[in-house]
Write a protein that binds this ligand. Structure first.
Ligand SMILES: [Zn+2]
Length: 426
């Protein structure tokens, strides 16, 4: 029996816990490799890390030649919209076309349909190694509360396998009805883990941001904003957000997604915004699939990549994560739920260097875990949840560059999927 097969057999038999012995553990945001033992308790948490970490009543699994990484984290999805590609058509391929297509679909969506689609994507993400997802969920006059009701329910149903966070996505669409948003944001906040919205399309961004920030303070919730998905340098709204982060005392509790316009503004404007992001301890999430697909439509010559300035932000120490965004819907027709694929695209489209593969690894693991506030629950350390990947990649660079040929996904210490590109019997 191969080492791989015996690990799978022993994992499925271990009830009171087990030790992953002699593994190469990827430690920290850059995934530095370190040979160690990892003792997993029967409750699905890591009890000890270090050689030798063992308990007499727990089997030792020989993981020499195999690598253990913390599981992947997808910090930005839209599970209310996922798998609607054939249900809500967007022939133009533009952001507005997608918003109109989904708004029309959302008026008639049933809770059962929404839950089935969301769970299809959640299952795919889990089997590809993501054990935590933050999803934005539309709350507006078209979608009402169906999405936030269904997804907050799935958050509880899936809690033994996956950490699901819901962002109440207060969409100023289609009639910019701020009175409706202001009247309903408290009810949404009670069911959500964070509050969000889309700043660039708000016709009255100051009032819109005040509604979101004041509700976040009332409910003690963090904020996760879609900043912009356009490349018009004259329409950046970062200063309005910075002003409110200070005024409402939200330093360190706000995440800014997309930020595409930063690749269009002059260097001095970019540097000033970057410095404010650092000073206010804000997170940034880049979403390469959306930006590559949606930005620059209508520009035949040299169409832009549309991503934010990924490499300069990462090199300056900004907490920047990468995420899937939409999966197979009118916004993005593709998506497998594989965060390693997203990390790969981020490196390519974000113009990181080969030597920066470890940065791309961190953008799919520790950085998004930090932005989601997973804290002590995440990582290879005593007390953390045993949400881990066992792979045949020898280091973090190879995990991002090519992905594993063989992989076991552990969620709360239990093996829940085996994957990779080589069939088990080869
Ligand atoms: Zn999004």
């Amino acid at each position: 029996m191969s080492q791989w097969d015996s690990v799978i057999r022993d994992l499925s038999r271990a009830r009171k816990g087990y030790t992953l012995a002699g593994a190469t553990a990827l430690i920290g945001a850059r995934g530095e490799a370190e040979k160690t033992d990892i003792l997993i308790g029967g409750g699905g948490r890591i009890e000890a890390v270090g050689a030798p970490a063992a308990r007499s009543d727990c089997p030792r699994l020989d993981l020499s030649n195999l690598t253990v990484s913390p599981a992947l984290v997808d910090a930005h999805q839209h599970l209310d919209k996922t798998q609607t590609l054939k249900l809500a058509s967007n022939p133009s391929g533009t952001l507005q076309g997608a918003r109109d297509a989904f708004a029309a679909f959302a008026r008639g969506v049933t809770p059962g349909n929404l839950a089935a689609r969301a769970e299809t994507t959640m299952r795919r993400c889990l089997t590809r190694g993501a054990t935590a997802i933050r999803t934005h969920v539309n709350v507006d006059k078209d979608a009402g509360f169906v999405g936030v009701d269904v997804l907050s329910g799935l958050r509880e149903q899936w809690a033994d396998r996956m950490t699901l966070q819901c962002v109440a996505f207060m969409v100023p669409h289609p009639r910019q009805d701020y009175d409706w948003l202001a009247a309903n944001i408290d009810a949404a906040a009670l069911k959500a883990d964070a509050l969000g919205g889309t700043v660039a399309v708000a016709e009255d961004p100051e009032r819109y941001l005040d509604i979101i920030f004041s509700a976040a303070v009332r409910h003690g919730k963090p904020i996760d904003l879609h900043m912009d998905e356009h490349l018009d340098a004259g329409r950046q709204r970062f200063d309005l957000v910075f002003e409110r982060v200070r005024k409402f005392g939200m330093r360190g509790r706000v995440v800014l997604s997309h930020c595409s316009v930063l690749c269009a503004v002059p260097d001095d404007v970019f540097e000033r915004i970057r410095d404010q992001i650092l000073e206010l301890d804000l997170g940034v999430i880049t979403l390469p699939a959306a930006n590559l697909y949606i930005q620059g439509r209508g520009q035949d010559l040299l169409p832009p990549r549309g991503l934010t300035r990924v490499a300069p932000l990462a090199r300056a120490g900004v907490k920047i994560a990468a995420a899937s965004d939409n999966i197979q819907d009118p916004f993005i027709p593709t998506g497998s739920g594989d965060m390693l694929e997203i990390a790969r695209w981020t490196l390519l489209a974000g113009h990181l260097h080969a030597s920066e593969l470890p940065i791309a690894y961190g953008m799919a693991t520790h950085v998004p875990a930090g932005l989601l506030g997973l804290g002590a629950d995440y990582g290879i350390k005593a007390g953390a949840r045993a949400d881990l990947l066992i792979t045949d990649c020898e280091d973090a660079e190879r995990l991002v560059a090519g992905g594993p040929d063989r992989m076991i996904v552990l969620s709360r210490g239990r093996p829940i999927a085996r994957g990779g590109s080589i069939a088990a019997n080869l």
